[in-house]
Design a protein around this ligand. Structure first.
Ligand code: FAD
Ligand code: AMP
Length: 478
């Protein structure tokens, strides 16, 4: 193994491993330092996303949605399944198998691309030297012309609610329970809290989400957030806003949660508590002071729009830098940086960033919300279409939600798309593409959409912006 590389990446999450693969594809001699030890006590690639984030949460959301449908919706479709049984350990084992296959796949891709995986903890020293502390404690140093910092993020812990065994857990712990808890409290009704709350609610737990803010999903278009709040409440997710958790105490099998709302301080006794109050950049111990790399008070590494730090040849990407903590955002930054290092022109359009909440129905959006457009004084027009009027949604027995698109009144350019409904995550793709191509609403209106598909709802929403939707009564006829 050489000790001088063109590129050394620290961290092999979706930001770092993608950067390493792209750098190697471009002919750069690349190493990636990764310290993760997985549930099976083995070193693993893939970071948060593959091991304890995007993928395992979606695996459990998939299993539990099918279970929920079999229990509550199959009869409506004329399918009687009799008595149902859940095998939680098997569900968790399936999730673990998916994780192993995908993380193993990254290992194979590293081999295929000639990337050296340096197993252990990396620390950036001066002059682009990287110190690697292996799992057995041995220390070595490698040099690089370019270093990409991709150390990601970790769950924020609350001092007042310390993690304790499988009773008070963070998002990772909530992916591993072997039995269905009777009652679960989730601190934080953000994306992760809602997804994990949904998993256990679908399996039958009573789930309460306590959220300090007085607005539900403030980053989501308010009209869509309102529909989401109503739909989640119907599912039995007890979401309480304006409610701040003050502390927790484990006694025997139970957890007592203390919280404060407008009526004062209260206690709630539950079987499990999930702390889902956000994530913070994991940059402590990754950057030696002598490296001169500048980090802000929240631990985020300072970068410009090209992900360059203040030190030439040192880049930072993913959850460790500004911007939304999303896997695809980190991956695209990884590609951009690898290409810049290889001497190519590369850039990212951060304004067109897809966002998804993988609840049911899913919530997915891109671009500006109606509130943002109002605040910015942009002359816009909305078009909308409810899934209740979609033939395909009806055939699927899945009609909650709507598509809403926002267009610039002057230019007809698409300014935003906001979807709550079945497969919203997949439907969002065409809006992202339309915006990336600087498309207009008329472009979508003129595009032939297959019938019957959920994507017709996007077509109809585009038509409705112009008062010419076919399958709903338009507010104004053309
Ligand atoms: P990470 O994935 O955190 O990877 C960083 C890697 O760096 C880790 O493997 C870590 O071990 C390693 N590392 C850190 N320090 C060192 C060091 N000193 N030396 C060596 N290695 C080091 N995002 C989505 O886009 N879609 C989703 O559906 C989604 N679902 C999520 C669900 C959950 C439950 C969670 C927790 C997160 C979810 N996210 C989702 C967020 C997503 O996981 C992160 O945005 C993404 O993983 C960030 O990628 P990253 O490469 O920057 O960091
Ligand atoms: P996200 O950042 O999307 O993961 O969401 C985390 C949520 O947790 C945010 O909406 C916070 O307002 C919320 N939160 C943080 N601390 C507390 C607390 N002590 N009690 C209740 N909610 C909290």
């Amino acid at each position: 193994m050489a000790d001088k590389y063109d590129v050394v990446v620290i961290g092999a999450g979706p930001a770092g491993y993608v950067a390493a693969i792209r750098a190697a594809q471009l002919g750069l001699k690349t190493a990636c330092v990764e310290k993760w030890i997985n549930k099976q006590n083995k070193p693993a690639l893939g970071g948060t996303c593959l091991n304890v984030g995007c993928i395992p949460s979606k695996a459990l959301l998939e299993s539990t949605e099918l279970y929920h449908n079999a229990q509550h919706n199959f009869a409506d479709l004329g399918i009687n399944v009799g008595s149902l049984d859940v095998d939680v350990p098997k569900m968790i084992a399936r999730k673990d198998k998916i994780v192993s296959e995908l993380t193993g796949g990254i290992e194979m891709l590293f081999k295929a691309n000639g990337i050296d995986w340096l197993k252990g903890s990396g620390k950036l020293l001066a002059n682009k030297q990287v110190e690697v502390t292996a799992h057995d404690g041995s220390v070595s140093t490698v040099g690089a012309d370019n270093v990409i910092m991709a150390s990601g993020s970790v769950p924020i812990e609350l001092k007042a609610t310390p993690l304790e065994g499988d009773k008070v857990v963070d998002s990772s712990g909530a992916l591993d329970w072997q039995a269905i808890p009777g009652t679960v409290c989730v601190i934080g009704a953000g994306i992760i809290g809602l997804e994990l709350g949904s998993v256990w609610r679908r399996l039958g737990s009573e789930v309460v989400l306590l959220e300090a803010l007085d607005t539900f999903l403030p980053m989501v278009d308010h009209q869509i957030a309102k529909v989401a709040a109503r739909t989640f409440a119907k599912q039995g997710l007890d979401i309480r806003l304006n409610t701040r958790v003050m502390g927790s105490k484990v006694t025997g099998d139970k957890v007592t949660v203390t919280y404060q709302d407008k009526d004062g301080e209260h206690e709630m006794v539950v079987d499990k508590l999930i702390v889902a109050v956000g994530r913070r950049a994991a940059t402590e111990g990754v950057i030696a002071a002598e490296s001169q790399v500048s980090v802000d008070e929240r631990g985020l590494i300072h970068v410009n729009e090209k992900c360059e730090t203040n030190v030439p040849g040192v880049y930072a990407i993913g959850d460790a830098v500004r911007g939304p903590m999303l896997a695809h955002k980190g991956s695209e930054e990884g590609v951009m940086v690898a290409e810049i290092i290889a001497g190519h022109h590369a850039q990212l359009n951060y304004d067109i960033m897809p966002n998804v909440i993988y609840t049911h129905p899913e919530v997915a959006w891109v671009g500006k919300t109606e509130e943002e457009l109002k605040e910015e004084g942009i002359d816009y027009q909305a078009g909308a279409f409810p899934f209740a009027a979609s033939g395909r949604a009806k055939a699927r027995g899945d009609t909650d939600g709507q598509v809403k698109i926002l267009r610039d009144k002057k230019t007809d350019r698409m300014l935003g798309a906001h979807i709550i409904g079945p497969s919203a995550s997949e439907l969002l793709g065409q809006s992202v593409l339309a915006m990336e191509f600087d498309g207009t609403i008329e472009d979508i209106a003129m595009t032939i959409h297959a019938h019957p598909t959920l994507s017709e709802a996007m077509h109809e929403a585009a038509l409705s912006a112009d008062g010419r939707a076919i399958h709903i009564a338009n507010k104004k006829a053309r």
